[in-house]
Design a protein around this ligand. Structure first.
Ligand code: NAG
Ligand code: NAG
Ligand code: NAG
Ligand code: NAG
Ligand code: ZN
Ligand code: ZN
Length: 630
């Protein structure tokens, strides 16, 4: 289930850069000339196609991880939660005019990833209040609401009550202070849509997560769907459709299919709509002719749009013509003001019609909190982009190379007797969480790029003949190494494009051959996601050139204070992050099986954590770039 997609992705990148454009309708060039409120230039991009409306429509987000202020250094994703609120309000208004329904869903993982969430204790004290300001209809819990007991308590005390029955945790409970277990939100929610009168039974599930703090309990999905309450909920009379949303990947993982089998065992062809999350990808899967699933990426880079046509409210499942295939339209919208305003059919700018009163107020609140939490404090100006999987390693734009060549050697041990010793300094690439973009690096960027508090350990005076083999051994371990280090798994993004196990070059070629459009618009495309899902390649709203995706090693090392004549040292201090201890010992055991593990003397090393080393280095770049904007 968990794989690193190495070659297929590189292959995909090569293929897709030659892909032709999907047909473009309803172009509106004028929108390009509008200035965004933030002052950031609008992304240079191709005209968009209007979203397709159906009788029932969904707007969805997932894995927002605190990015409510948007991606300030990435124009493609530079909208904020206020813009999103304006978008929802306009879309709901349009739905009312059209006499169709729209439901707004969020699938959880709202903590960990951005200063707005992570600069408070517990995390999310501020960002969850802002999150709740948007008119979201249904929300579910993610694993990132369950790592810290305090965050789970916050979810129970603050978030679930706000949704008044529409915060669904069908398989997640919390233990109250008197020892009773209760569901954090509700197990199910049944409602009838405003215009079309569709009677919907909804559930909110979390995948079979095990690393939660002990004040919560996650029941396995497979078991829960056999429980009496679920079995009776799906048998309630008069249901037109099921809506199952939550925090589970919609491809490769078993949880969604367990739910699907359970419902289909009772209802052969009732419409079922799934929304998922957690694996941080854009994806759409077809379960059968009347059931599909959408997943809307991560970090507020994406707003998922889905419309359904062909639901027949009130019609009996036994009617002879009941099971006609439903018609779906899905789209992954880039999270920027241009694209949101385009689909809302409103204008940007100071006198524009896009920003609603609520939306503008929320943007202001976000700005104020960013100031208050000191997130805007500048450390320095990053001269160019330093990237993780999107840059070749080693290379001039690789964040790992920057660490290796310039940052790690600035580590200073608390033990003065070690100063000047030849040393190898190891970090795992999972200690870095997100790309470092060119531009101003703030307190917020610190949370984004490397939020972890780590201590350094060392093994003194290891024969170099052994130490020099450690890196290769660490990198021979599979990706597990990275997954463990960072609860927000970057490796998930490596699985973007959703090819993996099912990748098939013939399928790809036939997809490409069905697309047509003018080749010469290729250079107007911004770099971004190129998604291949069960409906093909036309889901990305903004046509993109694919991000390059490179394979990253598990670990990197810096050689420091080696003999100046270029010869090899006899012995080196092996310095590494505390997290890496078991992996390092394992590597040593493989290299030198004659030394028992206990004999390697592991000592504290002291020195600043990775995140502080990065900040110190960025300070050295100065704050010249700030002058341009004053
Ligand atoms: C614990 O508290 C909850 C909520 O206040 C209450 O509903 C429940 O009955 C209590 N359980 C026990 C065992 O007292
Ligand atoms: C939960 O874990 C904490 C420490 O992390 C411990 O103090 C507490 O007793 C545990 N509670 C239960 C019910 O196991
Ligand atoms: C957009 O709004 C204008 C009025 O502001 C209206 O004339 C036009 O039909 C709308 N376009 C769409 C696609 O709804
Ligand atoms: C903001 O953060 C910086 C860097 O950590 C610190 O030097 C400064 O004192 C902080 N300012 C406030 C007002 O907390
Ligand atoms: Zn997530
Ligand atoms: Zn998750």
């Amino acid at each position: 289930m968990v794989h690193f997609y190495r070659n297929p992705l590189l292959l995909l990148s090569a293929l897709v850069s030659n892909a032709l454009l999907p047909a473009i309708a309803d172009a509106n060039q004028d929108v390009f000339s509008l200035q965004q409120p933030s002052g950031a230039p609008p992304p240079k991009t191709l005209p968009l196609r209007r979203i397709e409306w159906g009788q029932l429509n969904f707007i969805s987000t997932t894995d927002t991880h605190g990015w409510l202020a948007g991606h300030l250094l990435q124009p493609s994703y530079a909208a904020d939660w206020g813009d999103y609120t304006s978008f929802i309000e306009h879309i709901k208004e349009t739905a009312d005019e059209k006499g169709v329904d729209v439901i707004v869903v969020d699938d959880g993982d709202q903590h960990d990833g951005n200063g707005l969430s992570d600069a408070t204790f517990p995390t999310g004290e501020v960002s969850q209040k802002i999150l709740m300001m948007a008119p979201i209809d249904l929300m579910s819990i993610g694993n990132h609401e369950l790592y810290q007991c305090e965050v789970t308590q916050q979810t129970y005390d603050m978030v679930a009550p706000h949704f008044d029955g529409r915060y669904l945790t069908s398989n997640v409970e919390i233990m109250l202070s008197n020892g009773s277990w209760v569901h954090i939100g509700q197990r199910s929610y049944r409602f009838t849509t405003k215009h079309q009168g569709i009677n919907i039974m909804s559930f909110g599930f979390l995948f079979d997560f095990k690393l939660n703090c002990n004040n919560s309990r996650v029941s396995e999905v497979e078991d829960v769907v056999q429980q009496a309450w679920f079995q009776s909920a799906i048998r309630e009379p008069g249901i037109d459709m099921f809506l199952v949303f939550g925090h589970y990947p919609i491809r490769f993982w078993p949880e969604m299919w367990a739910i699907h089998r359970a419902i289909r065992a009772v209802h052969k062809s009732i419409p079922i709509q799934y929304f998922g999350g957690h694996s941080h990808v854009r994806d759409f899967t077809v379960l059968d002719s009347r059931a599909s699933a959408l997943q809307a990426g991560r970090f507020l880079e994406t707003v998922g749009w889905l419309s359904i046509e062909g639901i027949e409210p009130g019609k009996s499942e036994d009617s002879p013509d009941y099971a006609k295939p439903l018609k779906y339209s899905r789209r992954y919208l880039d999270f920027n003001p241009y694209s949101l305003s385009f689909h809302a059919n409103k204008t940007l700018g100071p006198d524009g019609t896009f920003g609603t009163e609520n939306g503008k107020a929320i943007s202001k609140i976000i700005d104020n909190y960013r100031q208050e939490l000191n997130l805007t404090y500048p450390f320095g100006c990053v001269p160019t982009d330093y990237l993780l999987e999107k840059a070749k390693y080693p290379g001039p734009n690789s964040l790992l190379s920057l660490m290796e060549d310039h940052v790690l050697q600035n580590l200073i041990s608390d033990d003065k007797t070690l100063h000047g010793n030849s040393r190898l300094i190891f970090i795992n690439s999972g200690s870095l969480r997100y790309d470092m973009y060119g531009g101003i690096f703030t307190v917020d960027s610190g949370y984004i790029v490397s939020p972890f508090d780590n201590a350094w350990l060392h093994i003194p005076s290891v024969p170099y003949s052994i130490a020099k083999k450690i890196l290769a051994k660490l990198n021979a371990l599979d990706h597990i190494f990275m997954e463990l280090t960072t609860p927000i798994s970057r490796t998930m993004t490596v699985r973007q494009q959703n090819l993996g196990d099912t990748f098939d070059i013939n399928v790809m070629n036939s997809l490409l051959s069905t697309m047509s459009g003018p080749d010469d618009q290729e250079d107007l495309k911004t770099t971004g996601y190129v998604t291949i899902d069960d409906y093909g390649m036309d889901g990305d709203d903004t046509p993109h050139k694919p991000y390059p995706l490179y394979y990253l090693p598990n670990a990197i090392t810096t050689e420091d204070a080696f003999p100046s004549d270029g010869s090899e040292p006899d012995r080196v201090d092996v310095v590494f992050l505390d997290f890496m201890k078991p992996f390092l010992l394992d590597a040593l055991a493989r290299i030198d099986s004659s030394t028992p593990m206990e004999e390697w003397k592991i000592l504290e090393y002291g020195g600043k954590p990775v995140k502080e080393l990065i900040k110190d280095y960025v300070r050295g770049w100065g704050t010249e770039c700030l002058k341009d904007t004053r």
